[in-house]
Structure formats: structure tokens, C-alpha cells
Design a protein around this ligand. Structure first.
Ligand SMILES: [Fe+2]
Ligand SMILES: [Fe+2]
Length: 135
């Protein structure tokens, strides 16, 4: 069964999460489509830093929501976020040590990882949130 990434929610917190997911997946797609052989390192690093900042804003949004509802799986969920943070931070170094194509491969791998995180770990958070406010 395909993973359901986006849903229609009336709750503003869940709408924000969905919007941020779309935005950072779109940013990664836009980056991987850049004519990477023709652009300079400063543009690549600038774009990476933009993606990293956007992802960080999103991760903090979800972590704030976990606090709000005393989410029982918070520690596990944050450990996955920290894994993403560490990997995103490694991309510029990957560029310097292994070159542009490795940097792109890593980003493509992270995109798959993010999609899986959204479909599983974030989905559990959203379901818990919906149950929490139903009570
Ligand atoms: Fe997320
Ligand atoms: Fe998450």
C-alpha cells in the first residue's frame, strides 16, 4: 500500500505540518534538478543551507506539538529528527570530499528517508494528536 503523505486537516497545527512537508520535499526536488555541473559551490551551499533551515523549522514545529500533547513517543521521534539533522549537516562536507554527484545521491537518499518518516513516524504523531483532541 502506498504511503499517504498529505491529508486534508482543518486543524492549523496539522495544516502547518503538511505545508512544511510539501515545501521541503519540493525544495529537495528543485535542488536535485539544478544543472549541478553548471552552478558554483556558493549556490550549492546556499541552497543546502536554505533546505537545512527549512527542515529545522519544521522539526521544531513537530517537537513543539509533541510537548503540547505530552506525546509518549517523543524521544524516539526526536531521535529520528536528530538523525536527519546530522545527515543534512554532512552534505556540504560530502560535496568537498566526494564531489557533486555524491552530494546529490545523499540528498536523494534523504528524500526517501523523509518520505518514510512522514508516512510512518509523523503519521503516528498525527493520529495521536487527533485522538488527543477528540477526548
Ligand atoms: Fe515531519
Ligand atoms: Fe517528524
Amino acid at each position: 500500500m502506498p504511503i499517504k503523505l498529505f491529508n486534508i486537516h482543518s486543524d492549523p497545527n496539522l495544516q502547518l505540518i503538511d505545508t512544511q512537508h510539501r515545501e521541503y520535499l519540493d525544495l529537495i526536488d528543485a535542488f536535485t534538478l539544478l544543472p549541478i555541473d553548471d552552478i558554483g559551490i556558493s549556490r550549492i551551499l546556499e541552497t543546502m543551507s536554505f533546505i537545512e533551515n527549512h527542515a529545522e523549522t519544521h522539526l521544531q514545529t513537530e517537537e513543539g506539538i509533541m510537548d503540547l500533547i505530552a506525546y509518549p513517543e517523543k524521544d524516539y521521534h526526536i531521535s529520528e529528527h536528530n538523525c536527519l539533522r546530522e545527515n543534512l549537516a554532512l552534505i556540504p562536507a560530502t560535496y568537498y570530499t566526494h564531489g557533486k554527484s555524491s552530494c546529490l545521491d545523499m540528498l536523494k537518499y534523504l528524500k526517501k528517508w523523509i518520505i518514510s518518516h512522514i508516512g510512518h513516524t509523523d503519521s503516528r504523531l498525527i493520529n495521536y494528536y487527533l485522538e488527543y483532541y477528540k477526548k
